[in-house]
Design a protein. Sequence first.
Length: 132
Amino acid sequence: MTTTGSRVAASLALVTACIVLMAGFEVASAHKFNAKTTAKITSGGPDGAEGKVGSKRAVCKPSRKVKLFRLKSGRDDLIGWAFTNDEGRWELASQLVAGKYYVVVTRAVRSVKGSGAHEHICGRATSGKVRL
């Protein structure tokens, strides 16, 4: 190979190495983070129920869908659903009969933008059973 050919081959190898390194840095900064979520019914009565969704990651508290179920033999009754506020609190106004209830918070994926863009995967959670 000529000296010019060697220089071209070396330049192509250097450019290829730079592209591979840059792609590797992008993959490293774009990661997924799994965040644990908790769900709780804090109070309730004949006119509805309220509670709280918790997480160590603040991004996992607002706008979470919370489904309220009444425990019964066979398939449990879905009473209704609500969305959490910025602090993770929710309330659902509904006519409730005496019985045991629980809530399920659906899984959510939150994109965090910026120089280290990534996703927080906010886990699904089920509360304990509460007699209302």
